[in-house]
Design a protein. Structure first.
Length: 255
């Protein structure tokens, strides 16, 4: 774990770096695929560390909303500077902590950023990641409804694990569920994991939610997910997290 001083220093020195991982459409329309933005932090040695090393510390010191603000600002700045990259992306998912959603000033900042950007709002999906149970459901509903009103969508991240429960589908106006990767990796070996994936698929359909599976590591799982009606897959089978800036060079390899 890093210290809160390192996090503060990283925020003021611009040492947070955006990575991305592909989210691939499982229908026969690859143009529907998108990316998730993933956060990394530069450490003293010049290496990069992942969210598990700094988000728990940031959470304890109430710095999450500042980090989410930094991610949103950096991502929109980057896409406004590289608009052609968006032609190949159906959507860009950005993680927001559920704690940030209870902050009205953060809501105003998000709406202001989306409205003043050239990124089409319909291409932005916010993934709600939970480090804690939602303590003010009315405020979270307000955030989601106001941000949906300008055209963005929402996914419930890591669905089925931690605090994320079926009641959130009833209470929150989400558009997609992301099945927690811990159920997906071993779903062909472990009947309990398979049953969890299947039941989340069933409830997703009943609730008219798109379904995303993460931690998809092989072709056999892809085939099973297609059979269950999963819409999107993300994982090492398709691509590893890589710097967002690598998107600039994508066309060179494609054409
Ligand atoms: O990429 P990695 O496996 O390290 O990400 C682990 C988790 O950290 C993700 O599943 C996500 O929930 C969270 N995360 C990644 N990037 C961000 C971010 O920019 N903001 C927030 N709040 N959480 C993030
Ligand atoms: O918290 P969230 O689920 O958004 O973050 C996903 C994290 O899981 C990323 O940090 C990434 O490094 C990791 N990850 C991505 N794809 C795979 C995968 O196929 N298998 C495993 N085990 N981990 C993955
Ligand atoms: Na996520
Ligand atoms: Mn997840």
């Amino acid at each position: 774990m890093v210290s809160i001083h390192q996090i503060d220093a990283a925020l003021s020195n611009g040492d947070f770096v955006l990575y991305k991982q592909d989210i691939v459409s499982l229908s026969d329309t690859p143009q529907d695929s998108g990316i998730e933005i993933l956060l990394r932090m530069k450490n003293k040695e010049g290496g990069l560390i992942g969210p598990d090393q700094f988000l728990p510390v940031a959470d304890r010191y109430n710095k999450i909303v500042e980090i989410d603000r930094c991610v949103v600002a950096t991502a929109f700045n980057w896409f406004d500077a590289h608009p052609s990259v968006l032609k190949d992306l159906a959507f860009v998912s950005i993680n927001l902590s559920v704690k940030s959603l209870s902050n009205k000033r953060f809501e105003n900042f998000v709406i202001d950023t989306v409205v003043h950007s050239h990124v089409p709002a319909r291409k932005i999906c916010f993934e709600i990641t939970e480090t804690a149970a939602i303590d003010n459901i009315t405020r979270v509903q307000g955030f989601m409804n106001n941000v949906k009103a300008i055209g963005c969508t929402f996914a419930l991240d890591d669905f089925g694990s931690g605090h994320s429960s079926y009641s959130y589908i009833k209470d929150l106006p989400s558009d997609a569920l992301k099945i927690d990767g811990s159920f997906v990796v071993g779903m062909l070996q472990n009947p309990l994991d398979y049953a969890a994936v299947k039941s989340i698929c069933e409830i997703s359909k009943a609730a008219n939610q798109k379904i995303v599976a993460e931690f998809v590591e092989n072709e056999a799982i892809v085939a099973q997910l297609k059979e269950l009606g999963v819409d999107y897959a993300q994982g090492y089978y398709f691509s590893k997290p890589e710097p967002l800036s690598s998107l600039k060079h994508k066309r060179i390899f494609n054409s």
